[in-house]
Design a protein around this ligand. Structure first.
Ligand SMILES: NC(=O)c1ccc[n+]([C@@H]2O[C@H](COP(=O)([O-])OP(=O)(O)OC[C@H]3O[C@@H](n4cnc5c(N)ncnc54)[C@H](O)[C@@H]3O)[C@@H](O)[C@H]2O)c1
Length: 390
């Protein structure tokens, strides 16, 4: 199969991600079979797409005719075998529960045409295990959109242990044909099924670093965020935690503690905030206060002169280097592409740290590791040798 052969796509789950993925795909002219377990969930997903497109029309960024065409491309389903029976491609965006996902893959495998590719939008779970639930593991792949799909350009295309090169190539080409509100989608290949894939993995040590500094009373969130904003970033790291949700951060920490190192175990402050139900933006209070859901007031004059944003960049480069060593991605440039398109920065960590010199980056990681007593931050061998091409 070639990407041009794809005409009809099933999106399984019409929640936050599913409806956003359906929106981007339907805008590109594909037929979307949008499935959820209840008609009301399908309708809610369709309504959210319509509301989002209506905003585009009111800003004169889309014609009413294109809105109607996009909506006409979306059909609702509540019976899975009907949703997948004549598709070329499926993207599963059901809740992050492995048993549920493997069940969906098994059922879809039984009803979808033999040539159809079955993809999962999982944030973390094993593509290989989903493939094992089917009789076509070579045609099972990860397609990881970022939230919200209509605004975020990065899509990670993830290789399960048995995914074929054809499935990877067709999936990559298919994603390359899509555009969201900001521009052309930016696919990045992830050559191995590994915890956090690329974007979330490169950011994992940053989350740990910020969490430990806060836990030890070594950082004032407002002062750190003010510093990061002073160099042009749209949001500081603590505000990002609140924005994503402290519950999501807690689960992320637990997941990396299980799969990477016990050092990722969530800190006490994070557990306490979760127990208290102060989860960030979604509850109006987290590390900061979010009055009426609007952004917290960060006093930019409070920028911490002692906080060096290069600490964050160095930790990202180190984690990215580990991915290069493990063959998860082929180049530092691909990592930078993922970090630029998955976040809001103009440059990736490798491009930003290059002029510092890789040996100095390694020394900085070692110093942070020793100061905080976290061995995960110790520099990768390739970084110490300065053997990185960009
Ligand atoms: N939210 C994010 O920021 C984000 C980002 C990237 C990836 N993801 C991943 O995308 C997937 C969906 O996440 P979400 O945030 O959209 O969740 P969500 O809870 O908003 O949506 C899940 C949808 O799946 C439906 N569902 C429940 N059981 C189902 C079943 N058996 N079959 C099909 N659909 C079923 C629910 O009714 C709901 O509409 C997860 O794997 C998640 O890890 C989430």
């Amino acid at each position: 199969m070639k990407a041009d052969d794809i005409k009809k796509i099933a999106v399984i789950g019409a929640g936050d991600m599913g409806h956003g993925i359906a929106e981007v795909i339907a805008m590109a002219g594909y037929t979307v079979n949008l499935y959820d377990i209840k008609q009301e969930f399908v309708d809610r997903g369709r309504n959210k797409i319509k509301e989002s497109l209506e905003k585009r029309v009111s800003k004169q960024k889309m014609s009413a005719d294109d809105l109607n065409k996009t909506m006409d491309n979306i059909r609702g389903f509540t019976v899975l075998r009907d949703a997948v029976k004549d598709i070329e491609y499926m993207i599963e965006a059901a809740p992050e529960i492995l048993d549920l996902k493997t069940k969906i893959f098994k059922e879809a495998d039984e009803s979808a045409p033999k040539h159809a590719i079955l993809a999962s939008n999982t944030s973390n779970m094993s593509i290989t295990q989903m493939g094992a639930a089917t009789k076509r593991p070579d045609k099972v792949v990860g397609i990881h959109f970022f939230n919200p799909p209509a605004m975020m350009l990065l899509v990670e295309v993830i290789h399960g242990d048995k995914t074929s090169e054809e499935t990877m190539a067709v999936s990559y080409d298919f994603i390359s044909k899509l555009k969201n509100f900001r521009g052309a989608m930016a696919p990045v290949r992830v050559e191995k099924d590994t915890p956090g894939f690329i974007f979330n993995r490169v950011n994992a040590p940053v989350g740990l670093f910020m969490s430990v500094l806060y836990d030890k009373g070594l950082a004032d969130p407002e002062a750190v965020d003010a510093k990061i904003r002073s160099i042009g970033a749209p949001m500081g790291p603590y505000e990002i935690m609140d924005y994503t949700g402290l519950d999501v951060n807690l689960h992320g920490g637990e997941y990396f503690a299980k799969t990477l190192s016990p050092e990722f175990k969530p800190a006490n402050w994070l557990r306490k905030m979760n127990e208290a139900g102060t989860l960030g933006k979604k509850t109006g209070k987290g590390i900061f206060t979010w009055p009426g859901g609007s952004r917290p007031a960060i006093d930019l004059s409070k920028a911490d002169p002692n906080f060096d944003p290069m600490d964050i960049i160095c930790l990202q480069v180190n984690e990215g280097t580990k991915l290069l060593e493990a063959g998860v991605t082929k180049s530092a440039a691909e990592i930078d592409k993922a970090m630029v398109n998955g976040g809001g920065s103009a440059f990736g960590p490798f491009a930003l740290a290059k002029s510092m010199g890789w040996e100095k980056v390694a020394q900085r990681c070692e110093a942070i590791s020793k100061k905080l007593g976290i061995t995960w931050f110790m520099p990768a061998a390739t970084l110490k040798k300065g053997n990185i091409q960009i």
